[in-house]
Design a protein around this ligand. Structure first.
Ligand SMILES: O=C(O)CCC(=O)C(=O)O
Ligand SMILES: [Fe+2]
Length: 255
């Protein structure tokens, strides 16, 4: 996928990252430290309002093309009750999102935060995905991503008291080793141990918030909604290496 600077300029003449995240060395240091410590950093109003509006209207338009999923993911033994669109289905239908994924400004910013190279994910379902929670009990259960990093853009979020929030356990595999539980099959059991030890973290996010996650290392889920509500999120995945062997989980959920 090629970055089309001319088209980006036409779609978003002011660029896509809002001013509050540019040329602010103190804030950038703080974000970098937080990401290094927890593998998570919240980025309220990360996109300019024009860019967010465009993404939001595309994701909302794509809702009608969503594919329903309701199964237990083998590798983590956790629920997928949600609707999805794979990367290749999204870019077929949205030039705006395809260009956002290819945007060099975005990649440079992520590099400056993580301190690593950023590469396109070479998995045509998983390089970007759109996830929808559409009602009571919907959840995107506990998992690790195959690609290293995920930049998530929250387009719509349910009322905070009904769930649909991000929960995460930094450094999951190391904790599993230290606490002696199996990190891929006995996930709920491991999460209970981590919760007792205060290692389970969570955050509530609202429409236009973004977050960057060290998604290959930090166990995460979107918690079940306890009542009717709606959540829409776009996940742009990047890797810290050029090639990697991908597991089966993304294919099962998105292909
Ligand atoms: O929707 C979110 O906030 C997280 C999405 C996610 O974990 C994923 O797409 O792998
Ligand atoms: Fe994920």
């Amino acid at each position: 996928m090629r970055h089309d600077a001319g088209l980006m300029q036409k779609i978003w003449p002011a660029g896509i990252i809002s001013d509050r995240y540019q040329g602010k060395p103190a804030l950038q240091r703080q974000l970098r430290t937080s990401f290094r410590n927890t593998g998570y950093v919240k980025l309220p109003k990360f996109l300019t309002s024009d860019a967010f509006r465009a993404v939001s209207s595309e994701v909302t338009r794509l809702h009608s093309a969503r594919v329903r999923k309701d199964f237990v993911m083998r590798d983590f033994n956790t629920d997928r009750k949600m609707s999805v669109l794979s990367g290749k289905d999204v870019v077929r239908q949205s030039e705006v999102i395809a260009n956002l994924y290819a945007c060099q400004e975005l990649r440079d910013w992520i590099t400056s935060l993580t301190g690593t190279d950023i590469h396109t994910v070479l998995h045509d379902d998983e390089f970007l995905v759109v996830n929808f929670l559409d009602g009571e009990r919907d959840t995107h259960g506990w998992h690790l991503d195959d690609p290293r990093y995920a930049l998530i853009i929250i387009v719509e979020s349910p009322a905070t008291h009904i769930g649909g929030c991000i929960e995460y356990v930094p450094d999951w595999k190391r904790l599993a080793f230290e606490e002696g539980f199996e990190p891929h099959q006995h996930v709920e059991h491991g999460v209970e141990i981590c919760k007792r030890k205060g290692k389970l973290l969570s955050d509530t996010l609202k429409s236009s918030d973004c977050y960057l996650l060290d998604a290959g290392e930090v166990l995460h889920r979107v918690s079940p909604m306890s009542a009717d509500g709606s959540r829409k999120a776009l996940n742009l995945a990047f890797d810290d290496r050029r090639y990697r062997v991908y597991g089966e989980t993304a294919t099962r959920l998105y292909a």
